[in-house]
Design a protein around this ligand. Structure first.
Ligand SMILES: O=C(O)C(=O)c1ccccc1S
Ligand SMILES: [Mn+2]
Length: 261
């Protein structure tokens, strides 16, 4: 008997409503916060849009705009070249990453309770071990998302700036190294403005998620939302960045496919 074609299976499951499509992307909006680095460094641009025409003398039958932003504005993808540790790796730019890396399975580690109590909540190897005891070993080439419900914050509470810089949850160096070295993940995703904790600059090495992920040719996704709509295991994602020549990252639409029932 002919084996079912997996693509036909997926399309029939989508048509029959057996698979829910969850949008993990924030709207690109001038009001959406971007990462703020110490003042001596270059800064990330917010999203801006400028009208070219709107069914008027500038274009009687059409409406269109010019938009500008950083590669790292809004919900976006980080490529290995983004970090000095990944600068010499092959296929390390958004236009050279193999396309099959933009479709894959995802596991979600729920750190929302801890993050509600502690702005600097850390994903640790112990939390990962407890998660695996309940859900099984993280499969190789999986994406790992750290759910914090931080996407439910708005305005100043999202970056959560204090006198000593931003305070938001993230992984310890040991946790991200474990996920890469012991589980061979594809990438790490967060709801916060970066894959690193707000105080990530103070770890050794500084910004350990960026340093280790990109140094190992892995990817980052940040500023996502709706991770609370994903199961701990069993979902898959599409996360294809714009094909920018030599790009270090790009805003993108992240979609999850979640089996129903
Ligand atoms: O990749 C980013 O958007 C990001 O979080 C970042 C960018 C540049 C410098 C530090 C960080 S921490
Ligand atoms: Mn980034």
């Amino acid at each position: 008997e002919k084996l079912a074609n997996p693509v036909e299976l997926l399309s029939s499951a989508l048509l029959s409503g057996g698979v829910e499509v969850v949008d993990l992307t924030h709207t690109l909006d001038p009001d959406f916060p971007v990462i703020v680095l110490p003042p001596e460094f270059g800064q990330c641009a917010r999203f801006r849009m400028e009208e070219i025409s709107s069914y008027d003398h500038r274009g009687p039958a059409w409406k269109w705009n010019t938009f500008t932003c950083s590669e790292h504005t809004g919900t976006h993808f980080d490529a290995p070249i983004h970090w000095i540790s990944g600068k010499d790796l092959p296929n390390n730019t958004v236009d050279s990453i193999p396309p099959e890396h933009f479709v894959g399975s995802v596991v979600v580690i729920d750190c929302s309770e801890g993050s509600a109590q502690d702005d600097d909540f850390e994903l640790t190897p112990e939390i990962i071990a407890a998660w695996e005891a309940e859900h099984g070993r993280i499969p190789p080439a999986s994406w790992v998302f750290m759910r914090t419900d931080w996407s439910k914050r708005s305005g100043a509470a999202y970056l959560n700036m204090r006198d000593d810089g931003p305070h938001s949850p993230g992984p310890t160096p040991e946790a991200i190294k474990f996920l890469i070295d012991e589980r061979g993940i594809r990438g790490f995703g967060t709801e916060t403005v970066g894959t690193d904790a707000g105080q990530g600059a103070h770890y050794t090495p500084p910004y350990p998620a960026h340093f280790y992920l990109h140094g190992a040719g892995k990817y980052g996704l940040q500023c996502m939302c709706n991770l609370d709509q994903l199961p701990a295991t069993g979902a898959m994602i599409f996360c294809a960045p714009l094909k920018i020549k030599g790009g270090t990252g790009s805003p993108l639409r992240v979609l999850a496919l979640v089996p129903k029932g």
